[in-house]
Write a protein that binds this ligand. Structure first.
Ligand code: SF4
Ligand code: SF4
Length: 98
């Protein structure tokens, strides 16, 4: 389904979606570790980024396309969007435990 532009919420890099549920590509790259934070998610000092999506020479274009990067945030009501910062291990664990 294509959402209307007026309802789109751009990604602000809060990390909530990836920390709550690693995607298929993160799980494939790091098999056997579905219960923890995706190692591809990195804090760059301003926001979280996915290393697989920016990896030179890798499958970055394919992964960005498959995960619809740039088409807006689907977790736009999540509480982390309003405060983008590097999260503590305790905050991440609380998200896993939900
Ligand atoms: S929850 Fe939304 S704003 Fe936060 S990283 Fe994911 S897509 Fe971006
Ligand atoms: S591979 Fe990238 S998009 Fe997927 S969960 Fe990890 S950081 Fe998020």
């Amino acid at each position: 389904m294509i959402r209307e532009e007026s309802t789109r919420h751009d990604c602000v890099g809060c990390g909530y979606c990836c920390i709550r549920h690693a995607c298929t590509y993160g799980l494939y790259r790091h098999p056997g570790k579905p219960d923890r934070r995706c190692p591809e998610l990195q804090w760059n000092g301003t926001r979280y980024i996915c290393r697989l999506m920016v990896e030179p020479g890798g499958m970055s274009y394919f992964i960005r396309d498959q995960l619809q990067a740039g088409l807006g945030c689907r977790s736009y009501c999540n509480p982390w969007r309003a405060e983008v910062r590097e999260r503590t291990a305790e905050e991440e664990k609380a998200l896993f435990d939900r």
